[in-house]
Design a protein around this ligand. Structure first.
Ligand SMILES: Cc1ncc(COP(=O)(O)O)c(C=O)c1O
Length: 304
Protein backbone atom coordinates (compact mmCIF):
# COMPACT_ATOMS: atom_id res chain seq x y z
CA UNK A 1 0.00 0.00 0.00
CA UNK A 2 1.23 3.40 -0.97
CA UNK A 3 1.63 5.70 2.07
CA UNK A 4 -0.13 9.06 2.04
CA UNK A 5 0.89 12.14 4.02
CA UNK A 6 -1.93 12.33 6.56
CA UNK A 7 -4.62 10.27 8.24
CA UNK A 8 -7.56 12.08 9.81
CA UNK A 9 -7.97 11.04 13.46
CA UNK A 10 -10.67 12.59 15.63
CA UNK A 11 -10.47 15.97 13.99
CA UNK A 12 -6.69 16.14 13.52
CA UNK A 13 -4.54 15.50 10.47
CA UNK A 14 -1.96 13.06 11.80
CA UNK A 15 1.18 12.09 9.88
CA UNK A 16 0.73 8.65 8.32
CA UNK A 17 3.41 6.92 10.43
CA UNK A 18 2.14 8.50 13.64
CA UNK A 19 -1.45 7.32 13.21
CA UNK A 20 -1.30 4.72 15.97
CA UNK A 21 -3.53 3.28 18.70
CA UNK A 22 -3.04 1.66 22.12
CA UNK A 23 -2.79 -2.14 22.19
CA UNK A 24 -5.85 -2.29 24.46
CA UNK A 25 -8.02 -0.62 21.83
CA UNK A 26 -11.38 -2.33 22.38
CA UNK A 27 -12.15 -2.97 18.71
CA UNK A 28 -8.85 -4.78 18.26
CA UNK A 29 -9.99 -7.39 20.78
CA UNK A 30 -13.69 -7.86 20.13
CA UNK A 31 -14.23 -6.61 16.58
CA UNK A 32 -16.94 -4.03 17.21
CA UNK A 33 -15.93 -1.27 14.84
CA UNK A 34 -17.62 -0.10 11.66
CA UNK A 35 -16.03 1.08 8.47
CA UNK A 36 -16.57 2.12 4.89
CA UNK A 37 -14.77 1.60 1.64
CA UNK A 38 -15.23 4.50 -0.74
CA UNK A 39 -13.45 5.42 -3.93
CA UNK A 40 -12.38 8.72 -5.43
CA UNK A 41 -11.53 8.94 -9.11
CA UNK A 42 -9.31 11.32 -11.05
CA UNK A 43 -11.90 12.87 -13.34
CA UNK A 44 -11.38 15.54 -16.03
CA UNK A 45 -12.36 18.11 -13.42
CA UNK A 46 -10.13 16.74 -10.69
CA UNK A 47 -10.43 14.16 -7.94
CA UNK A 48 -14.05 13.29 -7.06
CA UNK A 49 -15.50 10.97 -4.42
CA UNK A 50 -18.17 8.59 -5.69
CA UNK A 51 -21.39 8.58 -3.65
CA UNK A 52 -19.80 10.13 -0.58
CA UNK A 53 -23.16 10.85 1.06
CA UNK A 54 -24.41 7.27 0.65
CA UNK A 55 -21.23 5.71 2.00
CA UNK A 56 -21.19 8.06 4.96
CA UNK A 57 -24.85 7.33 5.67
CA UNK A 58 -24.14 3.59 5.62
CA UNK A 59 -21.25 4.15 8.04
CA UNK A 60 -23.56 5.88 10.49
CA UNK A 61 -26.21 3.18 10.03
CA UNK A 62 -23.59 0.51 10.73
CA UNK A 63 -22.69 2.31 13.97
CA UNK A 64 -26.33 2.47 14.97
CA UNK A 65 -26.77 -1.26 14.39
CA UNK A 66 -23.75 -2.22 16.51
CA UNK A 67 -24.57 0.24 19.32
CA UNK A 68 -21.74 2.68 18.77
CA UNK A 69 -22.57 6.36 19.26
CA UNK A 70 -20.74 8.25 16.51
CA UNK A 71 -19.04 11.44 17.73
CA UNK A 72 -19.38 13.16 14.33
CA UNK A 73 -22.35 14.05 12.17
CA UNK A 74 -22.87 13.07 8.54
CA UNK A 75 -21.78 16.55 7.43
CA UNK A 76 -18.68 16.58 9.65
CA UNK A 77 -17.63 13.17 8.34
CA UNK A 78 -18.19 14.17 4.72
CA UNK A 79 -16.22 17.40 5.22
CA UNK A 80 -13.39 15.48 6.89
CA UNK A 81 -13.12 13.11 3.92
CA UNK A 82 -12.99 15.99 1.46
CA UNK A 83 -10.39 17.79 3.58
CA UNK A 84 -8.27 14.65 3.84
CA UNK A 85 -8.12 14.31 0.08
CA UNK A 86 -7.22 17.99 -0.23
CA UNK A 87 -4.27 17.85 2.16
CA UNK A 88 -2.91 14.63 0.72
CA UNK A 89 -2.79 15.96 -2.84
CA UNK A 90 -3.25 12.59 -4.54
CA UNK A 91 -2.26 12.05 -8.17
CA UNK A 92 -3.99 8.68 -8.74
CA UNK A 93 -7.36 7.16 -7.89
CA UNK A 94 -7.92 6.89 -4.17
CA UNK A 95 -9.55 4.49 -1.74
CA UNK A 96 -11.00 5.98 1.45
CA UNK A 97 -11.35 4.01 4.65
CA UNK A 98 -13.37 5.74 7.38
CA UNK A 99 -13.50 3.75 10.62
CA UNK A 100 -15.50 4.35 13.77
CA UNK A 101 -14.07 2.21 16.53
CA UNK A 102 -13.93 1.70 20.27
CA UNK A 103 -10.70 2.95 21.76
CA UNK A 104 -8.65 2.30 24.86
CA UNK A 105 -10.33 2.73 28.22
CA UNK A 106 -12.44 -0.25 29.19
CA UNK A 107 -12.02 -3.97 28.71
CA UNK A 108 -14.56 -6.77 28.78
CA UNK A 109 -17.43 -7.31 26.38
CA UNK A 110 -19.73 -4.62 27.73
CA UNK A 111 -18.65 -1.91 25.35
CA UNK A 112 -20.98 0.98 26.03
CA UNK A 113 -18.50 2.91 28.16
CA UNK A 114 -15.59 2.54 25.75
CA UNK A 115 -14.47 5.79 24.11
CA UNK A 116 -15.66 6.10 20.52
CA UNK A 117 -12.92 7.11 18.09
CA UNK A 118 -13.02 7.99 14.42
CA UNK A 119 -10.30 7.76 11.81
CA UNK A 120 -10.22 8.22 8.05
CA UNK A 121 -7.36 6.93 5.97
CA UNK A 122 -6.97 7.34 2.23
CA UNK A 123 -4.38 6.01 -0.15
CA UNK A 124 -3.78 5.59 -3.85
CA UNK A 125 -5.19 2.24 -4.93
CA UNK A 126 -5.66 0.60 -8.30
CA UNK A 127 -8.05 -2.20 -9.22
CA UNK A 128 -8.82 -4.65 -6.40
CA UNK A 129 -9.05 -7.82 -8.47
CA UNK A 130 -6.45 -6.77 -11.04
CA UNK A 131 -6.61 -4.93 -14.37
CA UNK A 132 -6.54 -8.25 -16.18
CA UNK A 133 -9.49 -9.41 -14.05
CA UNK A 134 -11.49 -6.33 -15.08
CA UNK A 135 -10.90 -7.14 -18.72
CA UNK A 136 -10.84 -10.90 -18.90
CA UNK A 137 -12.73 -11.99 -15.83
CA UNK A 138 -11.70 -13.95 -12.77
CA UNK A 139 -11.98 -17.52 -11.53
CA UNK A 140 -14.21 -18.00 -8.53
CA UNK A 141 -14.69 -20.71 -5.93
CA UNK A 142 -17.92 -21.35 -4.10
CA UNK A 143 -16.75 -21.15 -0.53
CA UNK A 144 -17.00 -23.81 2.12
CA UNK A 145 -17.76 -20.84 4.40
CA UNK A 146 -21.41 -19.89 4.44
CA UNK A 147 -22.19 -16.17 4.63
CA UNK A 148 -22.77 -15.16 8.25
CA UNK A 149 -26.33 -16.11 9.09
CA UNK A 150 -28.81 -13.32 9.72
CA UNK A 151 -29.86 -15.37 12.74
CA UNK A 152 -26.71 -14.35 14.59
CA UNK A 153 -24.95 -11.61 12.64
CA UNK A 154 -26.16 -8.20 11.57
CA UNK A 155 -25.09 -8.12 7.97
CA UNK A 156 -26.49 -4.67 7.20
CA UNK A 157 -23.65 -3.33 9.32
CA UNK A 158 -20.29 -3.06 7.65
CA UNK A 159 -18.74 -4.17 10.93
CA UNK A 160 -15.18 -5.39 11.36
CA UNK A 161 -16.29 -8.57 13.13
CA UNK A 162 -18.36 -9.67 10.12
CA UNK A 163 -15.23 -9.84 8.01
CA UNK A 164 -13.53 -12.78 9.74
CA UNK A 165 -15.83 -15.00 7.69
CA UNK A 166 -15.07 -13.13 4.46
CA UNK A 167 -11.37 -13.24 5.22
CA UNK A 168 -11.40 -17.02 5.65
CA UNK A 169 -13.45 -17.46 2.47
CA UNK A 170 -11.02 -15.27 0.51
CA UNK A 171 -8.02 -17.13 1.88
CA UNK A 172 -9.54 -20.49 1.03
CA UNK A 173 -10.32 -19.40 -2.55
CA UNK A 174 -6.81 -18.11 -3.17
CA UNK A 175 -5.23 -21.11 -1.47
CA UNK A 176 -7.19 -23.34 -3.88
CA UNK A 177 -5.89 -21.39 -6.89
CA UNK A 178 -8.92 -19.14 -7.48
CA UNK A 179 -9.14 -15.36 -7.27
CA UNK A 180 -12.31 -14.78 -5.28
CA UNK A 181 -14.86 -16.59 -3.14
CA UNK A 182 -18.59 -16.75 -3.67
CA UNK A 183 -20.51 -17.50 -0.49
CA UNK A 184 -23.85 -19.22 -0.16
CA UNK A 185 -26.32 -18.30 2.55
CA UNK A 186 -27.33 -20.75 5.25
CA UNK A 187 -30.11 -22.08 3.04
CA UNK A 188 -27.73 -22.74 0.16
CA UNK A 189 -28.63 -19.82 -2.10
CA UNK A 190 -26.01 -17.44 -3.49
CA UNK A 191 -25.33 -14.68 -0.97
CA UNK A 192 -22.35 -12.59 -2.11
CA UNK A 193 -18.59 -12.54 -2.60
CA UNK A 194 -16.14 -11.95 0.24
CA UNK A 195 -16.45 -8.21 -0.45
CA UNK A 196 -18.73 -7.91 -3.48
CA UNK A 197 -22.26 -8.51 -4.66
CA UNK A 198 -22.98 -10.97 -7.42
CA UNK A 199 -24.93 -10.83 -10.69
CA UNK A 200 -25.71 -13.29 -13.43
CA UNK A 201 -27.18 -12.80 -16.91
CA UNK A 202 -29.58 -15.36 -18.39
CA UNK A 203 -31.29 -14.85 -21.74
CA UNK A 204 -30.75 -11.11 -21.61
CA UNK A 205 -32.13 -10.75 -18.07
CA UNK A 206 -29.92 -9.40 -15.29
CA UNK A 207 -30.39 -11.26 -12.01
CA UNK A 208 -28.98 -10.41 -8.58
CA UNK A 209 -30.07 -11.69 -5.17
CA UNK A 210 -31.98 -9.44 -2.77
CA UNK A 211 -29.98 -7.97 0.12
CA UNK A 212 -31.48 -10.23 2.76
CA UNK A 213 -28.11 -11.95 3.04
CA UNK A 214 -25.65 -9.51 1.56
CA UNK A 215 -24.47 -6.00 2.27
CA UNK A 216 -26.75 -3.25 0.94
CA UNK A 217 -24.26 -2.52 -1.76
CA UNK A 218 -23.97 0.92 -3.28
CA UNK A 219 -22.31 -0.39 -6.45
CA UNK A 220 -24.99 -3.05 -6.91
CA UNK A 221 -27.66 -0.36 -6.63
CA UNK A 222 -25.81 1.83 -9.14
CA UNK A 223 -25.45 -1.01 -11.64
CA UNK A 224 -29.15 -1.88 -11.36
CA UNK A 225 -29.98 1.75 -12.14
CA UNK A 226 -27.66 1.76 -15.15
CA UNK A 227 -29.14 -1.51 -16.42
CA UNK A 228 -32.62 -0.02 -16.21
CA UNK A 229 -31.42 2.97 -18.26
CA UNK A 230 -30.41 0.51 -20.98
CA UNK A 231 -33.89 -1.04 -20.80
CA UNK A 232 -32.48 -4.29 -19.42
CA UNK A 233 -34.89 -6.37 -17.33
CA UNK A 234 -33.58 -6.71 -13.79
CA UNK A 235 -34.72 -9.43 -11.42
CA UNK A 236 -33.95 -9.48 -7.71
CA UNK A 237 -34.36 -13.07 -6.69
CA UNK A 238 -32.51 -15.98 -5.18
CA UNK A 239 -29.99 -17.82 -7.33
CA UNK A 240 -28.82 -21.40 -6.83
CA UNK A 241 -25.29 -22.56 -7.57
CA UNK A 242 -26.37 -24.69 -10.54
CA UNK A 243 -28.05 -21.65 -12.06
CA UNK A 244 -24.73 -19.83 -11.85
CA UNK A 245 -23.03 -22.68 -13.72
CA UNK A 246 -25.43 -22.32 -16.66
CA UNK A 247 -25.55 -18.51 -16.70
CA UNK A 248 -24.56 -16.70 -19.89
CA UNK A 249 -22.53 -14.15 -17.94
CA UNK A 250 -21.61 -13.40 -14.34
CA UNK A 251 -19.90 -10.55 -12.54
CA UNK A 252 -19.10 -9.08 -9.15
CA UNK A 253 -19.80 -5.50 -8.08
CA UNK A 254 -18.30 -3.54 -5.22
CA UNK A 255 -16.56 -0.28 -4.52
CA UNK A 256 -13.21 -2.07 -4.47
CA UNK A 257 -13.98 -4.66 -7.18
CA UNK A 258 -15.87 -2.11 -9.32
CA UNK A 259 -17.46 -4.34 -11.96
CA UNK A 260 -15.36 -7.47 -12.35
CA UNK A 261 -16.43 -10.21 -14.77
CA UNK A 262 -16.46 -13.82 -13.58
CA UNK A 263 -15.26 -16.28 -16.20
CA UNK A 264 -15.25 -19.52 -14.25
CA UNK A 265 -16.95 -20.87 -11.14
CA UNK A 266 -15.79 -24.17 -9.63
CA UNK A 267 -14.36 -25.53 -12.89
CA UNK A 268 -17.45 -24.56 -14.91
CA UNK A 269 -16.75 -22.03 -17.63
CA UNK A 270 -19.33 -19.23 -17.56
CA UNK A 271 -20.70 -18.42 -21.02
CA UNK A 272 -17.78 -18.06 -23.42
CA UNK A 273 -15.24 -17.89 -20.60
CA UNK A 274 -14.63 -14.19 -21.09
CA UNK A 275 -16.23 -10.87 -20.24
CA UNK A 276 -19.78 -11.06 -21.58
CA UNK A 277 -21.49 -8.46 -23.77
CA UNK A 278 -23.86 -7.13 -21.13
CA UNK A 279 -21.09 -7.16 -18.52
CA UNK A 280 -18.90 -5.07 -20.81
CA UNK A 281 -21.68 -2.60 -21.53
CA UNK A 282 -22.47 -2.11 -17.83
CA UNK A 283 -18.80 -1.97 -16.88
CA UNK A 284 -18.09 0.75 -19.45
CA UNK A 285 -21.12 2.70 -18.27
CA UNK A 286 -20.08 2.32 -14.63
CA UNK A 287 -16.65 3.77 -15.42
CA UNK A 288 -18.27 6.62 -17.35
CA UNK A 289 -20.32 7.40 -14.26
CA UNK A 290 -17.51 7.26 -11.68
CA UNK A 291 -15.18 9.26 -13.93
CA UNK A 292 -17.83 11.98 -14.34
CA UNK A 293 -18.31 11.36 -18.07
CA UNK A 294 -22.06 10.90 -17.72
CA UNK A 295 -23.98 14.13 -17.04
CA UNK A 296 -26.98 12.28 -15.63
CA UNK A 297 -24.95 10.84 -12.77
CA UNK A 298 -22.64 13.75 -12.03
CA UNK A 299 -24.64 14.43 -8.88
CA UNK A 300 -23.12 11.24 -7.45
CA UNK A 301 -19.67 12.84 -7.41
CA UNK A 302 -18.22 15.15 -4.81
CA UNK A 303 -15.40 17.13 -6.37
CA UNK A 304 -12.43 17.91 -4.14
C1 LIG B 1 -19.39 -8.14 2.09
C2 LIG B 1 -19.55 -7.08 1.06
N1 LIG B 1 -20.54 -7.21 0.16
C3 LIG B 1 -20.72 -6.29 -0.81
C4 LIG B 1 -19.91 -5.19 -0.92
C5 LIG B 1 -20.14 -4.18 -1.98
O1 LIG B 1 -20.64 -3.01 -1.42
P1 LIG B 1 -20.40 -1.59 -2.11
O2 LIG B 1 -20.84 -1.73 -3.51
O3 LIG B 1 -21.27 -0.67 -1.36
O4 LIG B 1 -18.97 -1.29 -2.00
C6 LIG B 1 -18.87 -5.02 0.00
C7 LIG B 1 -17.97 -3.86 -0.07
O5 LIG B 1 -18.17 -2.89 0.59
C8 LIG B 1 -18.69 -5.98 1.01
O6 LIG B 1 -17.70 -5.87 1.90
Amino acid sequence: MEKAKYIWMDGEMVEWDKAQVHILTHTLHYGNGVFEGTRAYQTKEGLAIFRLGDHTKRLLNSAKITMIKPPYSQKELEDAQVELLRVNDFKQNVYLRPLIYLGYGVMGLYHINAPVKTAIAAWEWGSYLGDEGLEKGIRVKISSFVRNSVKSTMGKAKAAANYLNSQMAKFEAIDCGYEEALMLDDEGFIAEGSGECFFIVRDGVLITPPNDNSLESITQQTVIELAKDFGIEVQRRRITRDEVFIADEAFFTGTAAELTPVREVDARVIGDGKRGEMTKKLQEKYFDVVYGRDEKYKHMLTYI
